[in-house]
Structure formats: structure tokens, C-alpha cells
Design a protein around this ligand. Structure first.
Ligand SMILES: *Cc1c(COP(=O)(O)O)cnc(C)c1O
Length: 354
């Protein structure tokens, strides 16, 4: 493995007030970088002071969005140590995204080592208050200075970090969700299963409209028939219907969430019947109207579990579990956060101590 060169910042920044952490605004002292050039492969892994990048206006990423990213967190455990949650899963998913976007495969061990080395260096930035963490954002951009529509010949892999406050300040608040029947996020054959900026660009309008109507996020339907449920905002979605757990199967337009997979593993271990299959909005609303939709929640790194209290679709509107968080959603939240923050036994080996 190529040695990671380290160039430390001359002066370190003051830490932000831990009570006022806002997601994605303040960045740590350093970043990890690695370049790719055709004929040379990935090279020059290094840690440098966090700083602006210098790129030509013709840089490919600005025009054709040849870009992928990841999102993960570092957690402060009760012993004062720092942990990551299934970090190799993020690196492998980044490579799956790269494959779809024609970006050369990253050496996974080196990418993971870069992330770990950076987080170790930024240790003092990992907050310790309840629910807080250090968000880690790896990404790859195409850097050829060229307007031709082809795969770039050069890329930059970069990892930046920002401390984040607790997602929930007063317990898990169920959210109101609107079934989006106009815009679609992704289609099969497209890039829905990857974490690429383009998917987000396509989803912003629906999210903004939902907020204007008083909802937190949208429930996405499939792009072909606008019939099957796919995801909720930028989270996977799971339902408890008549005692069973049902979630849309990974069909190519759904992002394979690591939190989703962890939920399914836990649920199967707890003896639940788990179905990964097509779920129509019609089935969901019929179940709700018959009193069988017991719980609904989103899953993702940011919120871990986000209970859904109200679902609206055209002129139909249903309240789930009286608008309160369900027992199973709460148990999943408690177990996952217990493992992530190192408070609970981890029989799965998901929590990686640095
Ligand atoms: C990141 C993401 C998720 C959640 O994935 P996790 O690995 O659980 O954080 C779900 N849907 C979309 C569209 C995403 O970008």
C-alpha cells in the first residue's frame, strides 16, 4: 500500500461550541486527497490542511456531474475512543457508484486507511455530547479540463469531515411525508443505486415543494409506473404491516443503504418476518386505512431511524400509530445507536474502533 504523506496545518482552528453544531457548515483542520491519472492509476495519497481546491472552469465535474460520494460518521464511545460503523461497506459502495459513473475503482484498503488516518488526526473534533458525531464525506470528482462528453482521464478523491449535532434534540419526532407523484428521483438503468450528486440535483425540487406544503420530505414512487414505493427523501423506507416488516427490494433505482441492511439483519435476528419486495402506494394506503400499517420509518446514516407519523397521497391522508413513534422503530433506533456509539455489545462486528 502506498504510504500516506502527511502535511499538518500550521495552526489549528478553535473547536465550535458543541451545543451549536449545525450539519455541514464547519470543517475540520485537514482533508485526505488522492489523485488518479490515466496510465498512472491512483497515486499520491496525502493529508493536507483543509483548503479550497483549485479547478479549471472547464473541469468535467462542473458540466457533466461525473461525481460520486459517501456519507458516514465517527462516534465517541464511553471510554473516550472513536469508532466508525461498517466503514468498509461505505468504501465498497463508493466503488459500486464509481463503476456506474465510469470512474476508476479505488484501492479499497488504501481508501479506508485514508479515512481512518484522517479521522484519527481529527480526533479532537469528534464531539462527545449525546447524539453528536463527526460526519465524514468522501467523494470523487472528474477533473479533466475538457468539455468533451467522455469519461475523464483524471480524478480527485477527497475526504472532508464536519462535526454534527444530535439529529433529534427532544426524542424521535415522527415526520409528515408527501407521496410525490410528479417528479421521480431515479429510474432502473439510471443511477438510483449509486450515491451520485446528479440524483440529488434531480430530487431537490420535490423536496422544496414538499416543504412549502408543510411536509418534511417526499415518498418517492418508481419512475416507470409511479406505483411502487422506493425511498423517503434520501433515506430507505421500511414498514411494519400486520406484524411483518416490508421494504422495497433493491431494484436498481433504490440506494442500498447500510442502515437499511443493518435494520434487516437485526429484524431477522429478532425473529421478524422480513419481506423485500415490490410495495405499491395503493397497498400501503389500504393497509393504513384497514388499521394494519403499524409503523413506518426511514433509515439512513444521518437520522438512523426517522419515524413517519403522517402520509399524504393525492387526497388521501393517513396517520400512523397515532402520529407517535412505534415500539419497533424505537428498538431499532436504540440498538443501532447503542452499537454505533459503543454503548452496547456488538455481536456483528459492525463497530470499528480506531
Ligand atoms: C445515503 C442514502 C441512503 C441511506 O444510506 P445509508 O448507508 O443508510 O446512510 C438512502 N437513500 C439515498 C438516496 C441515499 O443517498
Amino acid at each position: 500500500m502506498e504510504q500516506i504523506q502527511i502535511n499538518k496545518a500550521a495552526a489549528l482552528k478553535p473547536l465550535p461550541d458543541p451545543a451549536k453544531l449545525v450539519f455541514g457548515k464547519v470543517f475540520t483542520d485537514h482533508m485526505f486527497l488522492m489523485n488518479y491519472d490515466a496510465g498512472k492509476g491512483w497515486h499520491s495519497p496525502r493529508i493536507e490542511p483543509y483548503a479550497a481546491l483549485s479547478l479549471e472552469p472547464s473541469c468535467m465535474v462542473f458540466h457533466y456531474a461525473q461525481e460520486v460520494f459517501e456519507g458516514m460518521k465517527a462516534y465517541r464511545d464511553p471510554e473516550g475512543g472513536v469508532r466508525l460503523f461498517r466503514p468498509m461497506d461505505n468504501v465498497q459502495r463508493l466503488n459500486q457508484s464509481c463503476e456506474r459513473l465510469c470512474i476508476p475503482q479505488l484501492p479499497e484498503d488504501l481508501a479506508l486507511e485514508g479515512i481512518k488516518t484522517l479521522v484519527r488526526m481529527e480526533e479532537r473534533w469528534v464531539p462527545s455530547a449525546e447524539g453528536t458525531s463527526l460526519y465524514v464525506r468522501p467523494f470523487v470528482i472528474a477533473t479533466d479540463a475538457s468539455l468533451g462528453v467522455h469519461a475523464s482521464h483524471s480524478y480527485l478523491f477527497c475526504v472532508i469531515c464536519c462535526p454534527v449535532g444530535a439529529y433529534y434534540k427532544e426524542g424521535l419526532q415522527p415526520v409528515k411525508i408527501y407521496v410525490e407523484d410528479e417528479d421521480v428521483r431515479a429510474v432502473r438503468g439510471g443511477t438510483g443505486f449509486t450515491k451520485c450528486g446528479g440524483n440529488y440535483a434531480a430530487s431537490i425540487r420535490a423536496g422544496e415543494r414538499a416543504e412549502e406544503k408543510g411536509f418534511s420530505q417526499v415518498l418517492w414512487l418508481d419512475g416507470v409506473e409511479r406505483k411502487y414505493i422506493e425511498e423517503v427523501g434520501a433515506m430507505n423506507v421500511l414498514f411494519k404491516i400486520d406484524g411483518k416488516v416490508v421494504t422495497p427490494k433493491l431494484n436498481g433505482s433504490i440506494l442500498p443503504g447500510i442502515t437499511r441492511r443493518s435494520c434487516l439483519d437485526l429484524l431477522r435476528d429478532w425473529g421478524y418476518v422480513v419481506e423485500e419486495r415490490l410495495v405499491t402506494a395503493q397497498e400501503l394506503f389500504e393497509a393504513a386505512e384497514a388499521g394494519k400499517l403499524e409503523e413506518a420509518w426511514g433509515s439512513g446514516t444521518a437520522a438512523v431511524i426517522s419515524p413517519i407519523g403522517v402520509l399524504a397521497w393525492e387526497d388521501r391522508r393517513v396517520t400512523i400509530n397515532g402520529g407517535r413513534i412505534g415500539d419497533l422503530s424505537q428498538k431499532l433506533y436504540d440498538t443501532l445507536t447503542g452499537i454505533q456509539w459503543g454503548r452496547e455489545a456488538d455481536p456483528y462486528g459492525w463497530s470499528v474502533k480506531l
